[in-house]
Ligand binder design. Sequence first.
Ligand code: ASP
Length: 420
Amino acid sequence: MTLTTRIVVAMVLGIALGSCIKIIHDQSILGTAIDYFLFDLLANGLFDIVGQIFIASLRLVIVPLVFVSLVCGVVSIATTSQIGRITVKTLSLYLLTTAIAITLALCFAILVQPGVGVDMALPQTFEPREAPGLKDVIIGIFPTNPIAAMAEGNMLQIIIFSLFFGVALKGAGEFAMPLQQTFERLNKVILKLVTILIELAPYGVFSLLLTLFATQGIGVIGDLAKYFFLLLLVLILHGFLTYGLFISLVARLNPLIFFNKMKSVALFAFSTSSSSATMPVTLQAVRDKLGVNSSVSSFTVPLGATINMDGTAIMQGVATVFISQAFNIDISFTGYLMVILTATLASIGTAGVPGVGLIMLAMVLEQVGLPVEGIALIIGVDRLLDMTRTAVNVCGDAMVSCLVGKSENEFNSEIFYSKN
Ligand code: ASP
């Protein structure tokens, strides 16, 4: 079986068994002893432990992977002006695709009106998190202490430090050559580690989904069906249509091959709900399956996993309209423009871990004067949607990587069109 098939089988089994355990638990069908064994010891015990260890192992490789592969990538780039060009292109494309995503979300939500007729009882409490000011955010990107940045896993700071370090390493010339080679060797070892972890994915995916579906069934969709399925539709449309168009019209590549090669990455993102935990897998696929040279992919992928969240922006757009309709508060046209702007910023600020997009939604709601308590309305179905939007988030990173790689001649079409 290929890896993708094994992951799919693990997903189906995890969802099916998890759902069975939930039914048995909810209806106390088999008595307390068996229920205790299935629900507490297996779903919430053993498989939860395996799932959490799997996520921890993925996160474990992120910092060394980003640092080492980005330094190697920068060293292999011809000039510093090329680094500047790659940065500008990547950031512009990330912003553009996110703005398209949120506009699409707003259009559909205004048309379908998912929140009209929702019986709105004001939920009791929801504590919004204070959003940091723009000035602090910009200053905060630049590290004062690289070790602290790595210890905290502050991705943007790590990226900046790695860029500087890579430029300096290249600039140091002949004398620093042995260090360059050491980085290349380290890179090989870390990539081997990633490959080993990917091989273990089916077990991790099975455990994660079993625990999730044993504790949270799909019954929670209930009243929120219109919101849920509309959001799903926009996510799918953006993932296939927008990305497909960019891949075929701008990169001039076959989108079917792109989607086919992204299958296992998307499944990974779906199961972990974390673009950051999926990042090692995305990086490997973008380089080894899609053919984007590491000089570009080692920069675009970690950056994308940190700031590019199209799926999250879509959720924030649909959720804002939904909440405004549920509370019967009209957002004017300028209000919608504000949503596009703030949701783009909010998605940039969203960390690539489960559920953070919903927390950042508070910033969008506050900006357009909607009650932040509205978040409590949709929180119940968010975990399931988070899985899909994370898959869209990582596909967006890969798509932009292809575009930038292609435009910089840092792209290997043979790898893209090969069968691997
Ligand atoms: N789970 C998402 C991600 O990791 C972020 C979010 O929307 O909550 O990409």
